[in-house]
Design a binder for this molecule. Sequence first.
Ligand code: GAR
Length: 210
Amino acid sequence: MNTKNICVLVSGGGTNLQALIDAEKRGELGSGKITCVIASKTDAYALERARTNGIKTRILIRKEYSDIASYSKAMRDILFEEKADLIVYAGFMTILDENVCDAFPNKMINVHPALIPSFCGKGFYGLHVHEAALTKGVKVSGATVHFVTAECDAGPIILQKAVEVKNGDTPETLQKRIMENAEWKILPKAVQLFCDGKITVKDGVTIIKE
Ligand code: GAR
């Protein structure tokens, strides 16, 4: 199978990027190769992780664009330049519009730190997601990997993994448990399934050939 170029979009610490890098080193991304990491901020620690591992980095600063449409077009052009076969949002905190989503249908995936359709959509990102889960008092949360569409967190679901909420959890402890037990496992797995051609989408629902 031909190598698939994976572009990873990041905004922060990049622990999910690290999980992908580690999976690739173990030979667990199928035909996928992380060829470029694109950050929305110059100080994203994820860039350090990419550089340490010899992966090309690019920076597209959100604040330098007046609106989301112009930012999305610039991102689309970079992704074309990089010949991206798969785009992974790994803690990427900007919602790109249809200029990108329509150019890469069912070729962009995102990891979200809750069980969609709970605690998702605009405003639900990072620790806010876990704060909302604790405020509601859910006993189970988790993570979801899904295809990205122009509607935030609404694209076809690929994989989900549940994680227990424990007494005394803070947003930080819950985030850590969900990252370690769910996100860092299902994100590389979803990338592997994609690169192995095992995901199809029909009527907004994915079918996974295991
Ligand atoms: C992760 O928990 C990811 O699921 C979340 O931000 C964190 C990034 O951590 N993403 C979102 O909330 C997107 N809606 P990382 O930079 O260490 O991978």
